[in-house]
Design a protein around this ligand. Structure first.
Ligand SMILES: CC(C)(COP(=O)(O)OP(=O)(O)OC[C@H]1O[C@@H](n2cnc3c(N)ncnc32)[C@H](O)[C@@H]1OP(=O)(O)O)[C@@H](O)C(=O)NCCC(=O)NCCS
Length: 122
């Protein structure tokens, strides 16, 4: 069993996103230095956002808001009527950030199941 599935395979997640027509990774740069990135994808029903991150020394300058606006534009252009995202329990900074951007807590429970063997089983 995987101890913490969401953080186990970021490299594989990135590989899948950059080779899919339904997903992308947006990168924000200042003076040619990467300072932020975000993954967005459209599952045919809704848009999803993952892995938003701003360099620690660049946080609090609006880059996170900019990255989210670009991700939302990307999803809107692909017909997604709604965007959703998941925030890890305890990440109060992220929750407050998304609330400031107009995101609302949804009354749902997220369930997951692996469809491929776990790394420990290989
Ligand atoms: C969450 C994160 C992306 C925010 O990026 P950022 O560039 O610092 O955020 P911004 O400067 O664009 O802030 C946008 C708004 O969110 C608000 N905000 C940001 N952090 C906040 C906090 N901890 N509490 C309250 N409001 C907050 C800002 O006040 C700002 O509001 P305003 O535009 O009305 O003034 C950044 O902190 C980060 O990379 N965290 C580590 C990775 C992470 O947790 N990612 C989320 C995974 S779900």
């Amino acid at each position: 069993m995987r101890a913490d599935p969401a953080v186990e395979c970021p490299n594989a997640d990135v590989d899948r996103a950059v080779t899919s027509r339904d997903a992308t990774i947006l990168v924000g740069a200042v003076d040619d230095v990467v300072v932020a990135s975000v993954m967005a994808g459209h599952d045919g029903h809704r848009g999803w956002i993952y892995y938003l991150a701003v360099s620690p020394e660049r946080q609090g300058r609006g880059h996170g808001r900019e990255m989210m606006a670009e991700a939302e534009l990307w999803l809107t252009a692909r017909g997604a009527p709604k965007v959703q995202l998941m925030v890890r329990e305890g990440n109060e900074t992220a929750a407050a950030f998304y609330t400031a951007l107009g995101y609302e807590r949804q009354d749902v429970t997220v369930l997951g199941k692996w469809l491929t063997p776990s790394p420990e089983a290989e």
